[in-house]
Design a protein around this ligand. Structure first.
Ligand code: GDP
Ligand code: K
Ligand code: MG
Length: 297
């Protein structure tokens, strides 16, 4: 263990769409958590690792807290709360352009009993007038005591450096868990599947809801260093399959082109991406499918 090295795990928790994944991506400067303007796109805990000379912060991006609607929903909420118990600090993120809601109150109820530092991070300050911040901070401070309050803009990058320095100050002495050049400990399979799923949600908009999963079946490198990937998009209804394939396969082609670009950037290799679409009724309510698709640890 390096002399005086500090390290710790930091959970990012907050209502859907406040910008948790955006912040994580900015911090690790690489696209690892998928971003979308739809709620609940992040299903698993995704870790981003930020390493400096003397500190390592390991971030956990949690699925949004919301009312569970299926067993997958239950799992997502549980996963968010279990993250709180394993960490050295918690970022409770809110959005500057949103009023405090039930979801926020629910989260704060849970956070009140937690014995690690809790930082109130107000994101999207680029969207509001600075005068709006103080009343907002005061309002939240009536609910619970925060270690520090840090306003940021995850998309613009405002004050993100300051947030990192602040967090570093609260980390205990500890080992460097991951090599300095590693930004995530998730297998590439998972990240690739998330990138494909992001494109499906992005391009199909409201027509294909969250009942979509992507499984990477294989990833092989050929003699020219090109990576061949086979992935299956799983939907619940055949009508959704039709939408994803599109007229003459045009939608699936678009999804493939966009996902391939991101995957090539991520892996630094040329990629050949083969996509399949499969109907699997009610997979969200079947525990064993959750296991198969990696939503259980
Ligand atoms: P999550 O559900 O909390 O992970 O939220 P995302 O990171 O997926 O972000 C949800 C939406 O908010 C996306 O469209 C982001 O581009 C947008 N967003 C995130 N951070 C900011 C910010 O600082 N300013 C603005 N204007 N938009 C942001
Ligand atoms: K989101
Ligand atoms: Mg997210």
């Amino acid at each position: 263990m390096k002399e005086n090295f500090k390290s710790g795990f930091v959970a990012i928790i907050g209502r859907p769409n406040v910008g948790k994944s955006t912040l994580l991506n900015r911090i690790v400067r690489q696209k690892i958590a998928i971003m979308s303007d739809k709620a609940q796109t992040t299903r698993n805990k995704i870790q981003g690792v930020y390493t400096t000379e003397d500190t390592q912060l390991v971030f956990i991006d949690t699925p949004g807290i919301h009312k569970p609607q299926s067993r997958l929903g239950d799992f997502m909420v549980e996963s968010a709360y279990s993250a709180i118990r394993e960490v050295d600090a918690v970022i409770f993120m809110i959005s500057a352009d949103q009023k405090r809601g039930k979801g926020d109150n629910l989260i704060m109820e849970r956070l009140q009993n937690c014995d690690v530092p809790v930082f109130l991070v107000i994101n999207k300050i680029d969207k509001v007038h600075p005068d709006q911040l103080l009343p907002m901070i005061e309002d939240y401070q009536t609910c619970m005591k925060f270690t520090e309050v840090v306003p940021i803009s995850a998309t613009e990058g405002n004050n993100v450096e300051n947030l990192l320095t602040t967090l570093e100050g609260y980390m205990p002495e500890g080992p460097q868990y991951y090599p300095a050049d590693q930004v995530t400990d998730h297998p590439e399979y998972f990240i690739v599947s998330e990138l494909v799923r992001e494109k499906v949600l992005l391009l199909t908009r409201e027509e294909v809801p969250h009942s979509v999963a992507v499984v990477v079946e294989s990833m092989k490198r050929d003699e020219y260093d090109k990576i061949h990937i086979q992935a299956t998009i799983i939907v619940e209804r055949s009508s959704q399959k039709g939408i994803i394939i599109g007229k003459g396969g045009s939608m699936l082609k678009d999804i493939g082109i966009k996902a391939r670009k991101d995957i090539e950037n991520l892996l630094g290799n040329k990629v050949y991406l083969e996509l399949w679409v499969k109907v699997q009724k009610n997979w969200r309510d079947k525990e064993r499918y959750l296991q198969d698709y990696g939503y259980r640890e």
